[in-house]
Design a protein around this ligand. Structure first.
Ligand SMILES: C[S@@+](CC[C@H](N)C(=O)[O-])C[C@H]1O[C@@H](n2cnc3c(N)ncnc32)[C@H](O)[C@@H]1O
Length: 211
């Protein structure tokens, strides 16, 4: 059986996202460049499921784009839960905000314009849940920046951790950073992880101790 066929089957047998998110996908395709940046149903529903198990008071997303994954996480945040989203593209922030304004969970999301490492440096609260999905060249830096902020028992989820297979023969800076991050996670005794071959790879990490 072809891997693609099985991926399609998994997509078809995963419950659909809300109508607003389907509309967001269509509008991202028509209005924004690079619509394939958006994580989509399998990752989105995984994020919602993990958020529901984790019940974060404070969550962080690194790389919001048009807000698909942010809304997926926000769906399962507790009523007083908050999600800070880092994003450098003002057009994407405006687009995402127009959907947050129409969503019953949009008020939980706070987009922050600027490079994620700068935004992370301003966070002086404990994080319960982090989703990493921005520029791959900074993947190792993002991981190192968030681990100290995450509570013991908290979750870090990294998208595109297989980077279309380029981690097997790293060539460009982005390939190397993703591969280095995966290796660092493997030997980091502050965390436990499972690296899953879902879509473009999902590395799921839980913090087990501070040092
Ligand atoms: C793959 S997209 C995010 C997709 C989104 N998480 C989703 O699933 O719908 C990556 C986003 O990261 C943003 N980005 C790139 N470099 C960044 C940085 N240094 N800080 C914050 N955001 C950044 C890009 O503008 C882009 O919108």
């Amino acid at each position: 059986m072809q891997q693609q066929t099985l991926e399609d089957y998994c997509f078809e047998t995963t419950q659909a996202e809300p109508e607003l998110l389907l509309e967001l996908i269509d509008k991202t395709q028509s209005d924004m460049g690079y619509p394939n940046k958006l994580s989509g149903r399998t990752i989105g529903r995984t994020l919602k499921l993990l958020t529901g198990l984790c019940k974060p008071s404070l969550a962080l997303e690194i790389g919001m784009f048009t807000g698909y994954s942010a809304l997926s996480i926000a769906e399962a945040l507790p009523e007083n839960g908050r999600l800070i989203c880092c994003e450098t593209n003002p057009k994407a922030i405006k687009f995402a905000q127009s959907f947050f304004d129409r969503s019953p969970v949009g008020h939980k999301i706070k987009p922050v314009f600027g490079p994620a490492l700068d935004t992370i440096a301003t966070i002086d609260e404990t994080l319960d849940f982090v989703f990493i999905d921005a520029d791959k060249r900074n993947y190792l830096n993002y991981y190192e920046a968030v681990v100290p902020l995450v509570k013991v028992g908290g979750l870090i989820v990294v998208d595109n951790s297989l980077w279309q297979g380029r981690i097997l023969e790293p060539n460009e800076a982005s390939d190397k950073a993703v591969a280095q991050m995966n290796q660092r996670i493997l030997t980091d005794d502050r965390v436990e992880n499972v690296h899953l071959n879902i879509r473009d790879g999902l590395n799921i990490i839980t913090k087990i101790k501070d040092y």
